[in-house]
Ligand binder design. Structure first.
Ligand SMILES: Nc1ncnc2c1ncn2[C@@H]1O[C@H](COP(=O)(O)OP(=O)(O)OP(=O)(O)O)[C@@H](O)[C@H]1O
Length: 384
């Protein structure tokens, strides 16, 4: 039915969440090349596709700083033009209020609490596969299709499973690890089998004007990339101390929230540490507004506890050996994982460096995403 590998065919059960045949699919179109090609593939495979762009900023012009953020007016126009080329109906839905509450306010609150959130994961959890999917299902759509790089495969028992994309540089399964079985049953990721360069070439062949549009950067609502400035605008300044692991005062900061575990650059340390070695952020304490720094080896973590564990797909979790990924672009680490009460305990087979509370610990069994939990605390590999 289609020339493109990974395109969901109407006769392929893995692409047919609700029993097969021609599906009514809502394609989430950001105005970028990935979601345009994803929508085109699903339409070409014979499904009935409607495009929707989400307006996620209440002031889209404010995102226009030259860098590519999300949902500028230009993005919305690009998405509409792509829908026209594909030949599908297109709408803009305003989810700015939900996005502000569930993603931006949460992002600010997490930093204020000394944690390092992942807003893309939060957006998938609360916006794309909650608010958007709920609305889609209520309107009679069978599935939501996005340009995420991940694969949905059918396991030996017939259950749908989330897997890493074949292009490791583009794999987004980490930020989709929060999806439960029901959300997975209504999701389509048609690009998971294709390297990004092929997606661009395909966009060109299909006459999509976004073929050469640059990729969006990490945090779409901070278009200039200045997270520190963004947080300072919302949280103000709160001068406090930077102290060494032994309690020595080394300098000061203008707000503990501006730091991330493992950070080295941007530390205003007035006095060198006693051992003369460079210092890295080890701990952020919003209660006493203190940032603790130490030598690089103090960042090595041997174990962690994750809260709010979620299992991706239908298979129940079983304690055992897995790989765990601890940040969006990090390498997976061999580990054993078990539930202790309602928390996930993960013991790493080798120490991992700079693990920040607030990030997700995503468990993998080979390429399959098993589930995820939010890192709440870590245990150092060696005593200082
Ligand atoms: N404003 C939006 N409106 C509708 N869908 C969106 C929007 N932003 C993101 N998405 C959907 O979520 C997917 C993943 O978002 P992400 O920000 O990672 O985009 P991306 O990988 O740069 O893809 P694209 O090239 O389509 O922008 C997109 O491919 C798209 O399907």
């Amino acid at each position: 039915m289609t020339d493109f590998p990974g395109a969901p065919d109407v006769s392929d059960p893995a692409s047919a969440p609700l029993g097969g045949g021609r599906l009514r699919v809502l394609a989430a179109m950001s105005g970028g090349v990935d979601s345009a090609v994803a929508a085109a593939r699903v339409a070409e495979a014979g499904h009935e596709v409607t495009g929707v762009h989400l307006a996620l900023s209440s002031n889209p012009q404010s995102f226009r700083t030259g860098a590519r953020g999300c949902c500028t007016l230009e993005d919305s126009r690009d998405a509409r033009r792509a829908a026209d080329v594909i030949g599908i109906p297109f709408y803009v839905w305003d989810l700015a209020e939900r996005f502000r509450e569930d993603v931006i306010d949460d992002f600010v609150a997490e930093y204020a609490a000394g944690r390092t959130p992942n807003p893309c994961l939060r957006c998938n959890e609360k916006i794309k596969f909650a608010a958007l999917l709920d609305k889609a299902v209520a309107l009679g759509f069978d599935a939501v299709c996005t340009g995420h790089y991940a694969r949905i495969l059918t396991g030996p028992d017939g259950a749908r499973e989330l897997h890493r994309a074949v292009d490791p540089a583009k794999d987004q399964s980490y930020v989709l690890g929060v999806l439960d079985a029901d959300q997975l049953a209504h999701a389509m990721f048609p690009l998971g089998d294709t390297p990004k360069e092929q997606v661009r070439a395909e966009a060109e062949r299909r006459g999509l004007a976004v073929a050469k549009k640059p990729d969006s950067h990490d945090i779409c609502f901070i278009a200039d990339g200045d997270t520190q400035g963004f947080l300072e605008q919302r949280l103000g300044t709160a001068p406090g101390e930077i102290i060494d692991v032994d309690g020595t005062r080394l300098g000061e900061h203008s707000g503990a929230y501006g730091f991330t575990i493992g950070q080295r650059k941007g530390l205003r340390i007035g006095h060198p540490a006693a051992d003369g070695k460079p210092r890295y952020v080890l701990d952020i304490s919003p209660v006493d507004n203190r940032v603790t720094v130490g030598p690089i080896e103090a960042l090595d973590v041997a174990a962690l506890t994750g809260i709010k564990p979620r299992w991706c797909g239908e298979r129940p979790f079983a304690a055992g050996a897995y790989e765990v990924q601890l940040r969006a672009h990090g390498d997976p680490v061999p580990a054993t994982a078990a539930l202790v009460g309602d928390e996930l305990r993960v013991d790493l087979a080798e120490p991992a460096r700079g693990i920040a509370p607030g990030q997700a610990a995503v468990l993998y069994d080979g390429t399959r995403v098993v589930g995820s939990a939010t890192i709440a605390s870590t245990e150092r590999a060696a005593a200082l």
